[in-house]
Structures are given as C-alpha cells and as structure tokens.
Design a protein. Structure first.
Length: 294
C-alpha cells in the first residue's frame, strides 16, 4: 500500500496550521486522506477500521457490544489523559507541573495559536482554541490564587472519574485480550490510553509492567484504588504480541521539549508526534495484506 506520512508536532502547534485545519477542522490528530474517501477521516477509531478494511477484516471482535463499550470508555472526555498530564490537585503538584516539560508544551501551543490568531483575528476556531489553551497556560504562569484552588477541586473530581473508568475497564475486559480470544480494535484503542496514562505518571520507560506510579497518583484521591488483575493480565498478554514488540523497536518518543529526544517503547509515545496519513493509494482488497493481527 503506497502512502505518505506527515508528522504533526503538537508541542509546536502543527495541528493548528491552516493547512492542517483544511484537512481536519477540529485540529485533532491523527487524520487520513485517500482517493476513495469523500472526505478525510479524522477519528482514530474510523482510521483504524478503514485501514483494517483494506484486507480481510481481523480487528472486529465477535463480541462487538463489549468492544463498543470499551471504545466508548477509552474515548470519553472524562477519561482524557490530559487530566494526568496537565491538571494539579494542590500547590505541590502545580509547582511540579510548572517545572516540567508540560509547561513548555503549553507555551509552544499558545505561541502558535497567538500567531495564527493575529493573522486571522476573526477566525472562530483560533478565537476559541487560543482562549481555551490560555485558560490553562495562565495558571502555569501565575502564583497560586483563587483560580488555582478551583483547579485543584476540579482536578480531584476528575481523578475520581478516572479511577471509576479504570474500574469499569476491569469489568469489561474479557481475557485473554480486551474483548475475547483475539486481538481486536478494543486492544488497539486501549493500549495507547493506558500507556499515555502511565507515561504521565512518570512510569520508568524500562518498567512498562510497573503500575505502581499510576496507582499512587490516583490513590492520592482514591486511597484504595488498584489496577485490576484482569487489566494487568491483559496488558501482559498484549505486550507479548508481535505487533507490540515490533512497535517497541520502531518507534521513537519525543517529549514536549524540542531539545529532548529519547528512544523509548511506543507505549510511551506521546501524541506530541503523530502521523497524518495522506494520499494513500489503495490496492485491490485481494492484494492487500490479509493479516492485521499480531
């Protein structure tokens, strides 16, 4: 399958460039274009399904209802990993965030948004997005005050919701994989979420099976929280697949600071560097790679 890949760097606001918004008006990532598509695909679930459809479908599980429940959970706004990456629950956490790479990440986005807004002052997307990003950036820039106290309160509530979501995931998982006996789209949508959350909790890149940092982070709000046994077993199972292992060898993780580039497993690959799949040339389905599973 012929294709072109374009990296979109979130830390410098590449996803806010007018050229990218022409493809994806939401400014989200990833995106995919192809000759047979009436319009670009701009949701990761849709992109995965479309790529899978080029050959023999292997990622749609037998238990589609369970899979849909898992996908809905992993992509729900209340489970956004931004809660772990950017939110703070007290002055100590806020100070840590201010001295972290996430501060540079937010500032890089704000710089790009301000630039685009200056060029298009009446553009509703830039007006809204610049104000939204500034609402967080301003808290990183200022001393602790009433606005921070409100942030701390809301963040605590959000962590409770994340704990509830992970408990729900534990109940949904049907081993050996997320939705049963075969690797499916449920796995490929859950791995990035959990890996992103673990990275946000500062899990060592050499300890991808260590859930303690993430548990401790959530336990600050929910003291008795634990990652469930089924979730841990699923993670162990999926990490043994060939796709997982190949990804560990191929992917490079770029942290939000432009001077910091280190090699780590793909599980820790922040959406700071994502791929825009553009202009895919589609072979006949019979000629496509028939194996999408690990």
């Amino acid at each position: 399958m012929g294709r072109r890949f374009h990296e979109i760097h979130l830390s410098t606001g590449d996803n806010f460039a007018p050229e990218y918004l022409a493809i994806n008006p939401n400014g989200t990532v990833p995106s995919l274009t192809a000759p047979s598509l009436a319009k670009p695909l701009i949701e990761s679930v849709d992109i995965l399904r479309w790529i899978d459809s080029r050959g023999i479908k292997t990622l749609v599980p037998k238990d589609e209802f369970r899979s849909k429940e898992i996908l809905a959970l992993m992509h729900s706004p209340s489970m956004s990993t931004n809660i772990i990456l950017f939110q703070a629950r007290d002055p100590a956490e806020m100070a840590a965030k201010k001295s972290s790479a996430w501060n540079a990440f937010l500032e890089g986005r704000q710089t790009r948004l301000d630039k685009e807004l200056a060029a298009q002052p009446n553009n509703p997307f830039y007006l809204s997005k610049a104000a939204e990003n500034l609402s967080t950036t301003s808290l990183y820039r200022s001393d602790i005050g009433p606005d921070h106290e409100e942030l701390f309160r809301l963040s605590d509530q959000m962590y409770r919701t994340v704990a509830e979501g992970l408990d729900k995931l534990e109940g949904l998982i049907a081993l050996p994989y997320a939705a049963g006996s075969e690797v499916s789209e449920a796995d490929y949508n859950t791995v990035p979420w959990l890996a992103h959350a673990m990275m946000g909790a500062n899990t060592p890149v050499t300890a991808i099976h260590d859930f303690v940092p993430l548990e401790r982070l959530i336990q600050k709000t929910v003291p008795d929280f634990r990652i469930g046994s089924k979730t841990k077993q699923w993670w162990s199972n999926i990490s043994k697949t060939e796709a997982f292992k190949k990804g560990q060898k191929l992917c490079q993780y770029r942290v939000p600071h432009p001077s910091a580039v280190v090699d780590v497993p793909p599980l820790y690959r922040l959406r700071d560097t994502v791929v825009l799949l553009q202009g895919i040339k589609e072979p006949p389905k019979s000629a496509a790679n028939a194996s999408s599973s690990p």
